[in-house]
Design a binder for this molecule. Structure first.
Ligand SMILES: *Cc1c(COP(=O)(O)O)cnc(C)c1O
Length: 414
């Protein structure tokens, strides 16, 4: 065994992060990550890890992947100068427009990559979990495109909150299985998908939707989502005349944020800020801000920051946005926080909804409620840092959120 990176101090972690040495061969991001799983899952994860090593950076696989990104998803997505918000906030504001990606959010970058990988590995069916429904829709669409049957596990609470997406998944040919156990949201759906996978790890491919779970998922998802940051970095240099002073993204499991941040980690002059769901307040159960208020622990195969009580029991979470409503977070974010390279803050429901309204009226863009957390975080930062160049990851569009927006903004409830 190598020396555990548990003992590394912040300065060493920072240097390691800048030099991009993570994950290590055990799937560890410094002290975080790894694989805490029942024995029955070991063969499936080993097989997946071997598949990732064999195919992910293979020229032919990358060519197929890049062709789907271009011709089916519509990448590169635009970088938009938010002219009115720039004036209002006193900063130069740029949006990386993942809302323009096929199916309406960044999730598709990962889904199409993993479903292509599933095909290479000879899987006969794909399963996925979903929270807001975006990953379910993206996986259903990717499976239809590549020609594999798809089953999506979704918490019963989320099925109600995100009804339009349930219909979309069905139209795209997926079977949607409601999950009524546990918290009936994303966490329960991941548990259910893992249970399914164990019963047939060879024939079934588990397409996980965020940078969470056991190794190699956090790494695999980061690699597929890094297209966001690579494009944005290039576009900032060309269109905005230089790198941003700060890049800001919302953090649920952390996939869109790590996708935006990763290509900027070495640019130490670029500040990075992740925005978590501050919910209705700072108390236990009132939010989903695992980095701001959590403690290290194990959830769903991964050691990371979690919302838990003093006995290590996972806390119920609250957020107006289904996509951010998860008590854990990807291990790479836990490391980036511990190393001091990225800072994280919470934005409360009302503030996010207010920023959503401002974005609609000012820019003619209806963002997802998840993305509106990043907007509100950016607005707050802008007020304290006038004249700076801000890059915001607009992770998705808000059409799916209409039922929630009807109940809140449109009824005058915020
Ligand atoms: C799922 C989702 C998120 C949160 O997931 P991450 O893995 O943290 O990116 C954020 N925004 C949108 C639009 C989503 O659909």
């Amino acid at each position: 065994m190598k020396v555990s990176s548990n003992t590394l101090d912040q300065k060493t972690l920072y240097a390691n992060v800048i030099n991009d040495v993570y994950p290590d061969e055990y799937g560890r991001f410094g002290p975080f990550g790894g694989r805490y799983i029942p024995e029955t899952l070991v063969p499936a994860l080993n097989r997946l890890e071997a598949g990732v090593k064999r195919y992910l950076h293979d020229t032919e696989f990358q060519a197929e992947y890049m062709a789907e990104l271009r011709d089916w998803i519509g990448r590169p997505t635009a970088l938009t100068h938010a002219r009115t918000l720039s004036k209002r906030w006193g900063c130069e504001v740029w949006f990386k427009r993942e809302d323009l990606a096929h199916t309406g959010a960044h999730k598709i970058n990962n889904s199409i990559g993993q479903v292509l990988l599933a095909k290479k590995l000879g899987a006969k069916r794909v399963i996925a979990e979903t929270g807001a429904g975006q990953h379910g829709v993206a996986s259903a669409a990717a499976c239809a495109r590549i020609g594999l049957p798809c089953t999506v596990y979704m918490g019963a609470v989320d099925m109600e909150r995100q009804a339009p997406n349930v219909g979309r998944m069905k139209l795209l040919g997926a079977t949607v299985t409601p999950v009524t156990s546990g918290d009936k949201t994303l966490r329960a759906a991941v548990d259910e998908a893992l249970r399914d996978w164990v019963t047939d790890p060879n024939g079934t491919y588990y397409c996980l939707g965020s940078a969470i779970g056991p190794h190699p998922y956090p790494y695999l998802v980061r690699e597929f989502q890094s297209i966001i940051g690579r494009e944005a970095r290039e576009q900032m240099l060309v269109k905005a005349g230089g790198l941003p002073d700060i890049a800001i993204a919302c953090v649920g499991g952390g996939s869109n944020a790590i996708g935006l941040f990763h290509p900027f980690v070495k640019d130490t002059q670029v500040q990075l800020l992740g925005i978590e769901a501050g919910g209705s307040g700072t108390g236990l159960g009132q939010n989903a801000a695992s980095l701001a208020y959590g403690k290290p622990g194990v959830l769903q195969g991964c050691y990371s920051m979690l919302l838990q009580d003093t006995n290590g029991q996972i806390q119920e979470t609250h957020s107006v946005s289904a996509g951010l409503d998860y008590p854990g977070v990807g291990p790479e974010h836990a490391l980036l926080q511990a190393a001091g390279r990225v800072s994280y803050a919470g934005i409360e429901d009302d503030d996010a909804l207010n920023a959503l309204e401002e974005c609609c009226a000012s820019e003619g863009i209806l963002p997802a409620i998840e993305s509106a957390h990043a907007l509100a975080g950016a607005r707050r930062w802008a007020k304290q840092n006038p004249g700076k160049k801000i890059l915001i990851g607009l992770s998705g569009r808000g059409d799916k959120d209409m039922p929630t927006l009807q109940r809140t903004i449109l009824l005058g409830k915020i």
